[in-house]
Design a protein. Structure first.
Length: 244
């Protein structure tokens, strides 16, 4: 069953076309990876899907409903959440309060929201940091907090914007495992990532963007040998390293 359908999305900023006539679908329960060089339009795509900017052309359908042009909070209410490449936590609030804010998107009781936030913090491994201010967290914990806050909204589909990039090996492995568990819980995942270990091991399929256009789509093993993708993004070094 299709959960997300993107049809002919186009968005220009002045003379720069960031996303150009982009079309793809993703299935419920799937992890779909989005890759491409810097400036390929990946984060703009996320902004279009989640209502942070409006497309010039095209449409976005979520569970069959046209959500094009809805505001971010309206998109979230329908079951679609996201993280940000540059973390967006409230720095002067505690870790618990940050996640509790997400829980309030579908709860009115403070007691229930607190219980939900604590449950999620335990799941992602931040329970012991509950009473710390978000501003003092290192980058790995800040990215995990982004994930926790998005999960607190109880999404059907979560969009993850480079949640593995910048993490050390231990942190990256923990994040990858969290994403796998999230999928097993029935949440669909749309994932932007430059860390090839993460994107290739997690994704059921991958869409490749270049200058705002889709140049390839397929399973990870197909994408890794696609000549257009190697030339535009992966490079011969990746192909060589993969063969060793």
């Amino acid at each position: 069953m299709t959960i997300l359908e993107v049809k002919g999305l186009t968005k220009a900023f002045g003379g720069l076309v960031a996303v150009n006539d982009l079309t793809f679908e993703m299935e419920k329960g799937e992890i779909l990876g989005i890759i491409g060089p810097n400036g390929a339009g990946k984060t703009t795509l996320f902004n279009l899907v989640t209502g942070f900017c409006r497309p010039d052309k095209g449409a976005v359908f979520f569970n069959g409903e046209d959500i094009t042009g809805l505001r971010p909070h309206e998109v979230c209410k329908r079951g679609l959440a996201r993280t940000f490449q540059i973390t967006q936590a409230f720095p002067n609030l505690t870790v618990l309060d940050n996640v509790r804010i997400g829980a309030y998107s579908h709860m009115t009781s403070g007691k229930e929201a607190t219980a939900e936030a604590l449950r999620i913090l335990e799941f992602v491994g931040l329970w012991e940091k509950s009473n710390e201010l978000a501003s003092v967290l290192p980058i790995g914990h800040r990215k995990t907090l982004e994930l926790a806050r998005a999960m607190a909204t109880r999404p059907e589909l979560i969009l993850l914007d480079e949640v593995v990039a910048g993490l050390n090996s231990k942190e990256a492995n923990a994040m990858i495992e969290n994403i796998r568990v999230i999928q097993k819980q029935g949440v669909s995942v749309l994932l932007i990532e430059h860390v090839m270990k993460a994107i290739m091991s997690l994704s059921d399929r991958i869409v490749v963007l270049h200058y705002g256009e889709k140049i390839a789509e397929g399973k990870p093993e197909e994408i890794s040998v696609n000549e257009k993708v190697i030339e535009a993004y992966l490079g011969e070094e990746y192909v060589y390293a993969k063969s060793q």
